[in-house]
Design a binder for this molecule. Structure first.
Ligand code: SAM
Ligand code: SF4
Length: 329
């Protein structure tokens, strides 16, 4: 059984993008009220008194868009300076990195994943549900800023959607040939926008690998992460290609992570809502932290039985009560 020592912390459910695969197409979108978000102090209390004593040492900040959270740089600095933090990373859409990359780095963040689904500004705009080429420019400038200040590894997350960006697999993979960047293809998952998923479908990682193999060849990489990606390399490339294949190749038995939402819900599996637990209410009611820790420990004990393949159909009439932007990926 895998040791669960990696916590993904969603800092905010808001986002400055409206990625088609992540959020449903609705005009009005209910965000979590500010008072319902865990405060920095509450996050640090949970880390120090609940998660770290249970063996957690790796943390990833995500969202929504984590850079929209006021005080994010301070929080990075506080988590990075906890003596038990072995690894602190962030997943972001990168649009705010041009002005924030240096401060985040100075605060102690070293690893960053930036989502980049297209190298074409118009396609990018279509995917992220925003008008204009300015957004691609912001994200691309953000990637370059992160590279310049020294983030390493610098990973680019790509979700390939048939008919939207499947013609760019080679162009995106080619980014790794002369740069020490790591492109990770994530299979499109049925969460966030069912209409898009049912309408367009998803492409298995092996199909993407075939396309890349055919052009340049592909070899297993010496660099492997501690996550779910299968890592490859174009021969002679500086960077690597990761494939996260939760749809075609279940990796639930290797899962080492659990997720904390911005409003304090702990979720044992991305695609299964069984067992999810509210930590904020007991925390705010002053329940003893040792009691909360015991409840989390119990959830960790049953986590291996909660997996994606045998998932419940969602607790909300067959629809997950939370979208990807609310869980954090
Ligand atoms: N806003 C940040 C970003 O986009 O990087 C962080 C949050 S986002 C929910 C985290 C990751 O989830 C992104 O890399 C995004 O591409 C991925 N994602 C969102 N919806 C997805 C879906 N339906 N299937 C696969 N990946 C998805
Ligand atoms: Fe926002 Fe990230 Fe979801 Fe896109 S994938 S809508 S950037 S949370």
């Amino acid at each position: 059984m895998n040791k669960v020592d990696y916590l993904r912390i969603s800092l905010v459910d808001r986002c400055n993008f409206r990625c088609q695969y992540c959020m449903p197409r609705v005009v009005e979108w209910d965000y979590i009220n500010k008072q319902e978000l865990l405060t920095n102090t509450e996050i640090l209390t949970l880390l120090t008194h609940v998660f770290i004593p249970l063996g957690f040492s790796k943390f990833r900040l995500t969202g929504g868009e984590p850079l929209l959270r006021p005080g994010v740089v301070k929080l990075v600095q506080q988590i990075a300076s906890l003596p038990q933090t072995q690894d602190l990373a962030m997943t972001t859409n990168g649009a705010l990195l041009p002005e924030m990359a240096q401060n985040l780095y100075n605060a102690g963040l070293r690893r960053i994943n930036i989502s980049l689904d297209s190298l074409q500004a118009e396609t990018f705009a279509q995917i992220i549900g925003r008008n204009g080429t300015i957004w691609w420019e912001k994200t691309w400038t953000g990637i370059k800023a992160a590279h310049k200040v020294g983030f390493n590894p610098l990973k680019l997350n790509v979700v390939i959607i048939p008919g939207l960006n499947d013609g760019e697999v080679l162009d995106l993979a080619a980014l790794t040939r002369s740069r020490n960047w790591h492109v990770r293809f994530i299979e499109f998952m049925p969460i966030g926008n069912d209409d898009l998923f049912n309408g367009r479908g998803w492409i298995p990682s092996e199909e993407l690998r075939q396309t890349i193999r055919h052009k340049w060849g592909l070899e297993a990489s010496q660099v492997t992460g501690n996550g779910p990606a299968d890592v490859f390399q174009i021969p002679g490339a500086q960077g690597t290609l990761g494939f996260i294949s939760q749809m075609s190749e279940c990796f639930c038995s290797r899962c080492n992570r659990i997720r904390l939402s911005a409003d304090g819900w702990l979720r044992p599996c991305l695609l299964n809502e069984t067992g999810q637990m509210d930590l904020k209410t007991p925390l705010r009611r002053g329940v003893n932290l040792a009691t909360i820790r015991k409840q989390v420990q119990k959830l960790l004990e049953i986590k291996p039985e909660i997996n994606f393949q045998e998932r419940d159909p969602g607790t909300n009439g067959g629809i997950y009560s939370r979208t990807m932007s609310q869980i954090g990926g």
